[in-house]
Design a protein around this ligand. Sequence first.
Ligand code: TGC
Ligand code: FAD
Length: 392
Amino acid sequence: MKADLFEAPDYYLLDDLLSEEHKLVRDAARAWVKRDISPIIEEYAQKAEFPTQIIKGLAEIGAFGPYIPEEYGGAGLDQISYGLIMQEIERGDSGVRSTASVQSSLVMYPIFAYGTEEQRQKYLPKLASGEWMGCFGLTEPNHGSNPGGMETKFQDKGDHFLLNGAKLWISNSPFADVAVVWAKNEEGRIHGLIVERGMEGFTTPETHNKWSLRASATGELIFDNVKVPKENLLPGKNGLGAPLGCLDSARYGIAWGAIGAAMDCYDTALRYALEREQFGKPIAGFQLQQKKLAEMITEITKAQLLAFRLGQLKNEGRASTAQISMAKRNNVDMAIKIAREARQMLGGMGITGDYSIMRHMMNLESVITYEGTHDIHLLITGADITGIPAFK
Ligand code: TGC
Ligand code: FAD
């Protein structure tokens, strides 16, 4: 990995719209990524290992529960700060951002929003500090885009619930201390349960051979007659809307995160094009290369504006699921296209680990798939504007 010379593009002077707190939070995350992620991430991605030593640093920059109130150990920040932290982390690596997204939006958020006061007190401070890590089990082998069809189920056994089933593609599962698991009760209603490592019958085998998100640990959750204490049920919300409500928060973070990956690819390609000479001049002087760079900065700027406005709406409690879908879909698609173009601009060097672009490009194949695929988000927009759901 070359020295991290990253300079963030801000073509429309968006910094002027940020508060001093936003800039402080963003700059701290940016400096941490430069110091603690850039020097090591390529090695960990190559060996397909999550760098557990970064957990403490993630907690320190406020990446675990940025918008969870301070009384529960969160950072008590607004939604734009949350987005900026995700942008900076994903500038380093989408897999590291995944770890933070899952911890914050898919584990801490449901415990905060749907949990009892005892559950909040027990889990949130430890999750915020990184002492405990969490994962979120919604997807199953036979149910990805349609989680409502899930087969994982629990029975009421009087003094406990008996949980059976399996979840697949679960970020953080191989090392998570707690899992927020979505399962159906005997009436077929979906509920959230907090399952802890060490419960008998609960295993978390790792998924290997990924070409994407290699620095993030992914695995299964297997429940074989797991006795879950009744106090581990999240009582505040049930039905499919409960897990989907968590996805709103995570997808919002991804809309910002993808900008980070795109900015890194653009910045790397611009610097390379100014230095690399062919036919007696820098390749940045050729019109075809300028077209790529000009289109990249245009798309990044549009994505930044979309994310910023969505952040304002989120702060006001007015961001709809469909608005979040539009931003997740657009910004991830923008980033993956930029990664592909930027990689070409580096010629043969673009396929090496000396530069971050190919890693971003491969990571973004997961990002465009998880938290709702590119096509599912298009259908969410379609349903919103026509009033006719076309999922089934
Ligand atoms: P549908 O009939 O549309 O909805 C069922 C019920 O849920 C309500 N609802 C929501 N509630 C809160 N927030 C939302 N965003 C909601 N969206 C829907 C809805 O009102 C309804 O309520 P009610 O009371 O009428 O029952 O459900 P459907 O079965 O037709 O499915 C719709 C669809 C396809 C959009 C949905 O299932 C979907 O979003 N599928 C994609 C699945 C997905 O995104 N999975 C992600 C798994 S987690 C993950 O990938 C983590 S990656 C790691 C990382 O983040 O880094
Ligand atoms: P499928 O649902 O089988 O879709 C296959 C294809 O069919 C897609 O192109 C899809 O768009 C298309 N399709 C499906 N339905 C329709 C339709 N109605 N109309 C048109 N096209 C359709 N899940 C979790 O619960 N927790 C996690 O932490 C988590 N982490 C993940 C990490 C990684 C690295 C990956 C790759 C996935 C992760 N996921 C996680 C799962 C992820 O959310 C699912 O992969 C995703 O929702 C898609 O489900 P699927 O893979 O089963 O694909």
